[in-house]
Each structure stands twice: as C-alpha cells, then as structure tokens.
Design a protein around this ligand. Structure first.
Ligand SMILES: N[C@@H](CCC(=O)N[C@@H](CS)C(=O)NCC(=O)O)C(=O)O
Length: 221
C-alpha cells in the first residue's frame, strides 16, 4: 500500500468501528482522527459528503460509507475476508445493510422519551434480531468456520447490545442463542477489543444519560 490511510472517527460510532475492525484484523498501519460530531470542524464538512463518519482519506481521495470503506480496505490487502462464493457474498452484503437498520433502531431506543416509544423500538430490534438469528449458520462465525466481513460489520452492534445488558439488565439476545454465542466469540477477538477507545461502555452510558430517555431510567450499573 503506497499511502497511509487516515480514518476520520467519532469515538462512539459503531459504523466507524466496523472499518477499524477490518483495519486491525489485517494489521494495517493507519491514522485515526477523532472529531466531535456536534461541532464538526470545517475541514470535515468540506470532505464529508453526508456530514457523517466514517470517512477514509486515501491521499487526496475520500471514501465514505462504512461498508464501502470495509470493502476497499479488504481489497487492497489480500487475502480477502469476503466469502468466495458470489451468492454468499451478495447475501452477506444485504445482511450487513440489515445490521445498519438494527443500529439505527438501537439509537432510537436510546432516544425514546416515553415507554410506548421505547417498547416500539424494542419490538423492532427483537424482531430484526430474530430474523438475523434464523440466518446465522450456528457455527463459530456468521457463515461457519471463517471470520468474514459480515462478522466485522456486526461486532459493533453486538458489543452495544452487551453494554445495554450490563448497564440496564435488559438482554435483547435472550431468545437468540446463536447470536449470543457469536457475540461471545467476536468480543474475545483482539481486532474487536482493540477497535474501540478505552472505557467505551462508560462513554455509552454517558450518552444514554445525556439523551435522558426511558433507557436512562433503567440504568443499574
Ligand atoms: N450509512 C453510514 C452511516 C454512518 C452514520 O450514521 N454515522 C453517524 C455517527 S455513528 C454520523 O456521522 N452521524 C452524523 C450525522 O448524521 O449528522 C455508514 O454506514 O457509514
């Protein structure tokens, strides 16, 4: 790789974490620059088409969208962690997008200001997790024995489900044994553990408190 990569990040962002996991898993040397999303610097506004992280700077070029960044990083550092079978790869891509919807629903749960809204978001999350459970191979990883892109893409969401369980006692994976096992495997991986700042769970708790919604009233830890 000729030029050093620079990833623009926000410490709490699960989408950035997807890219970091691939970078760490592949032992790629990269710079990471943290910004405050609530006070975006002008240089970031100038390069980020959607005003969102992650953004990956490759020399003078800019990439955005976590799945695109994951795939680019994977392609320039063979061997690939994508499944070889095009059909499995295509299906995984679709289920990675599905995972983004779960992340957005979880954000909705954190923001929910009344019990009805919180219940509605919880129902969306548990319904989607049940759909995902049905797709999981039941093996070590999503597709079976090999760690693939989809595993890197889901680890941030599963990590935050663990935060919610530890901080509030609510186990959203209670009816999803395959996903619960998968979570344990992924959270043990060095690339996943090294993909976040120290004390992310406490930062997550701070965010829940700051949002001051129903979830904040459920904090026990
Ligand atoms: N589809 C995007 C979603 C990225 C995203 O939503 N990032 C959030 C932070 S976790 C963000 O930058 N939000 C700022 C905003 O939307 O103004 C991706 O996969 O990269």
């Amino acid at each position: 790789m000729s030029q050093k990569l620079e990833l623009i990040s926000f410490k709490l962002c699960p989408f950035v974490q997807r890219a970091v996991i691939v970078l760490k898993h592949k032992n790629i040397d990269f710079d990471i620059t943290y910004i405050d999303l609530n006070d975006q610097p002008d240089w970031f506004k100038a390069i980020s088409p959607l005003g969102q992280v992650p953004v990956l700077k490759v020399g003078d070029e800019v990439l955005f969208e976590s799945s695109v960044i994951q795939e680019y990083v994977d392609e320039i550092t063979p061997p690939s962690i994508q499944p070889e079978d095009p059909l499995v790869k295509a299906k995984n891509r679709a289920w990675i997008n599905f995972g983004s919807d779960i992340i957005f629903a979880m954000h909705g749960l954190v923001m929910a200001k009344d019990q009805a809204a919180a219940d509605e978001k919880t129902a969306v999350i548990t319904q989607k997790l049940a759909q995902l459970e049905a797709q999981h191979s039941g093996g070590t990883y999503f597709n079976g024995d090999d760690f693939n892109m989809i595993d890197a893409a889901y680890a941030p969401m599963l990590m935050r489900l663990c935060f919610i369980k530890t901080l509030t006692g609510t186990d959203l994976l209670a009816d999803c044994p395959k996903l619960a096992n998968w979570t344990e495997v992924l959270l043990e991986m060095p690339a996943v553990q090294r993909s976040v700042v120290e004390n992310l769970m406490m930062m997550y708790k701070g965010m829940v408190k700051h949002m001051d919604g129903v979830l904040a009233t459920k904090l026990i830890a």
